[in-house]
Ligand binder design. Structure first.
Ligand code: UDP
Ligand code: GLC
Ligand code: MN
Length: 279
């Protein structure tokens, strides 16, 4: 009988940019008062400096090798050629020291305590706004198991993924999610794709105070938006104006809890923040 350390929130980063997302995510979980552990999967390309910062806030920083779909055709359909590496998420099933986990993309932000998610079973997830009979794999409840890891990776080799990333693969593997058990459908408030809310603004306005987890799904990540340290405002592009305060919230946590621990060489060229990085 294995001794398990109960429950953990799990995320992944394959580079220092998403590492910034993982740092802000961890602080948002702590601000929300979670009682559970935090684990992050890192690949060899994540710098030592970023790993040191991640170790400040994650109970487990686990190095894993990159799993990449190499599926240029389907990733082109998704218009996200860089997401082949999301197959690396599958390593989350190998965290067998935990009894049950919730995976969170590194571009998510926890706004309220969501520890009740650990009462759900594998594979629980929220509908994807663009095709609600698919779940979005940015937030999902799972039970670590080497056997499941082996089965999913073998399935991936045999079948690939219809979107070239983990979401297509997981929706194929857990193919009955849409119909088998409504208890495995998480309410949308656990995975509110911040930018997609534009398509139904009245609901976004009506229910925004119920949002528990924000998800900055899409190309424009908060850490790629220029931030002015004098005015303390993020220069949100017009097409994302409706999500300005959500992006601002991400930057507030970044400023309050993350940026003072970063060093110059951790800020990559794609991030043009105007906050002077000391140390
Ligand atoms: N990810 C990563 N490195 C990458 C791309 C993705 O570590 O180069 C991880 C990260 O945790 C990210 C998740 O895979 O949140 C899914 O990618 P993303 O959030 O960009 O997809 P989206 O939600 O925008 O479709
Ligand atoms: C989806 C999900 C993301 C997943 C990606 C690739 O948009 O938000 O978590 O990694 O597609 O499948
Ligand atoms: Mn995401």
């Amino acid at each position: 009988m294995r001794s398990t350390e109960e429950f953990a929130w799990v995320t992944l980063t394959t580079n220092d940019n998403y590492g910034l997302g993982a740092l802000v995510l961890a602080h948002s979980l702590k601000r929300a008062g979670t009682a559970h552990q935090l684990a992050v999967l890192v690949t060899p390309t994540v710098s030592e400096a970023m790993r040191d910062r991640l170790k400040d806030v994650y109970n487990v920083v686990q190095e894993v090798n990159v799993l990449d779909s190499q599926d240029a055709a389907n990733l082109a359909l998704l218009a996200r050629p860089e997401l082949g590496v999301t197959f690396t998420k599958l390593h989350c099933w190998r965290l067998v020291q935990f009894e049950k986990c919730v995976f969170l993309d590194a571009d998510t932000l926890v706004l309220k305590n969501c520890d009740e998610l650990f009462e759900r079973e594998e594979l629980s997830a929220a509908p994807d706004v663009s095709w609600p009979d698919c779940f979005n794999s940015g937030v999902f409840v799972f039970t670590p198991s080497v056997d499941t890891f082996t089965k999913i990776t073998e399935f991936a080799v045999q079948n690939g993924s219809f979107d070239g990333g983990d979401q297509g693969l997981l929706n194929q593997y857990f193919g009955d999610w849409a119909t088998a058990d409504i208890k495995k459908h998480l309410p949308f408030v656990y995975n509110v794709t911040a930018y997609a809310s534009y398509c139904y603004l009245p609901a976004f306005k009506q229910f925004r105070d119920m949002i528990k987890i924000l998800h900055f799904a899409g190309k424009l990540k908060p850490w790629l938006i220029q931030f002015n340290s004098q005015t303390k405002t993020a220069a949100t592009p017009n097409e994302y104006a409706h999500a300005q305060d959500l992006i601002q919230h991400w930057w507030t946590i970044f400023c309050d809890n993350v940026h003072q621990s970063l060093t110059d060489n951790m800020i990559t060229i794609t991030i043009t923040i105007t906050i002077p990085i000391t140390r």
